[in-house]
Design a protein around this ligand. Structure first.
Ligand SMILES: C[S@@+](CC[C@H](N)C(=O)[O-])C[C@H]1O[C@@H](n2cnc3c(N)ncnc32)[C@H](O)[C@@H]1O
Length: 237
C-alpha cells in the first residue's frame, strides 16, 4: 500500500432510472444526486425499495428532529445505485477497512457493511453520529467518531483502528476511503488524503462535477489554477 492513492476516480454520470412509479420531490434542502448532476433532479420510485429511500431518510431525520443543514454540507444520498457505484469503484470486498467521511443517515455505510467491510466513520454532526451509531449497533464492524474531519488526525485514527483489528480475529486486507463528502470541505479532504498513499490503496469521493473538474483538469494556462492543483499534480506524478 505504498503507492499514491487512486484519487478522484471518475464515475460515469448516472441517468435517472426510468420512472415506473410516481416521481417524488427531493428532500427539502438538497439531495446530492441533484447537486452532482443536473440530469438527476428527481428521485423515482422503482419497484425495488431501498432501506435508504426518500421516506426512510426522512423518517430517520425526523426521528431525531433533524433537517438537512447547509452549514454541515448535508446532502443525503437517496439513490442506492450511486452508493453501489461508489463501493464498486473502490472494489470494496469482505475484510476491507473503509474510512467514510460524513456517514449522515448511513445509506452508503449500509452498502459498505453489506459488502463485508469494516467501516470507520467520521461524522461532525453529533446528532448524525448518534443516529448511525444506533443504526449499526448490531455489528462490531462499524465504528463512528464524532469529529470534524478537517481537524482530526486521520493517520492516528487509522493506526489505532489497525491495531485493534490485528489484535482480533479479523485481518484487514486494505484500507480504502469511500465517501459522499460534504462539498464544502472537498479541498480539505483531498489535501488530507493525498499524502496518505501508505495508508489508503483507494480513495473514491463523490464530488460536485465542477469541483472534480477544477481539481483534475486545471492547467497552468487557466485562471482556475490554485495551490491545490500544484498539490494534486505533485502527488499524481
Ligand atoms: C453530503 S452528506 C453525506 C451523507 C451520507 N454519506 C449520504 O451519502 O447520504 C455529508 C455528511 O458529512 C457530515 N459532515 C459535514 N462536515 C463534516 C466534517 N467537517 N467532518 C465530518 N463530517 C462532516 C454531515 O453532517 C453529513 O452527514
Amino acid at each position: 500500500m505504498s503507492s499514491a492513492p487512486h484519487l478522484l476516480q471518475t464515475i460515469s454520470p448516472i441517468a435517472p432510472p426510468k420512472p415506473r412509479g410516481k416521481v417524488r420531490p427531493s428532500l427539502p434542502a438538497h439531495n446530492s444526486t441533484a447537486d452532482v448532476h443536473r440530469r438527476m433532479l428527481s428521485i423515482t420510485c422503482g419497484t425495488k425499495r431501498s432501506p435508504d429511500d426518500y421516506h426512510a431518510t426522512l423518517r430517520a431525520l425526523n426521528s431525531r428532529g433533524r433537517r438537512p443543514r447547509k452549514s454541515f454540507g448535508q446532502h443525503y444520498m437517496l439513490n442506492s445505485e450511486v452508493n453501489e457505484q461508489l463501493a464498486g469503484a473502490a472494489n470494496v470486498q469482505e475484510g476491507d477497512v473503509v474510512l467514510e467521511i460524513g456517514p449522515g443517515t448511513g445509506s452508503l455505510t449500509n452498502v459498505l457493511l453489506d459488502k463485508g467491510a469494516i467501516v470507520l466513520a467520521i461524522e461532525k454532526d453529533p446528532h448524525m453520529a448518534a443516529l448511525v451509531k444506533q443504526r449499526f449497533s448490531h455489528t462490531d464492524r462499524f465504528k463512528v467518531w464524532q469529529e470534524d474531519f478537517v481537524k482530526c488526525h486521520i493517520r492516528s485514527h487509522m493506526f489505532l483502528l489497525f491495531e485493534s483489528i490485528s489484535s482480533s480475529d479479523q485481518k484487514p486486507r486494505h484500507a480504502k476511503v469511500v465517501s459522499n463528502i460534504p462539498f464544502n470541505i472537498s479541498t480539505d479532504v483531498v489535501k488530507q488524503l493525498l499524502p496518505m498513499g501508505d495508508v489508503f490503496s483507494e480513495v473514491v469521493l463523490l464530488l460536485q462535477e465542477e469541483t472534480a473538474q477544477r481539481l483534475v483538469e486545471s492547467s497552468l494556462r487557466t485562471s482556475e489554477y490554485r495551490p491545490i492543483n500544484i498539490f494534486i499534480n505533485f502527488y499524481s506524478g
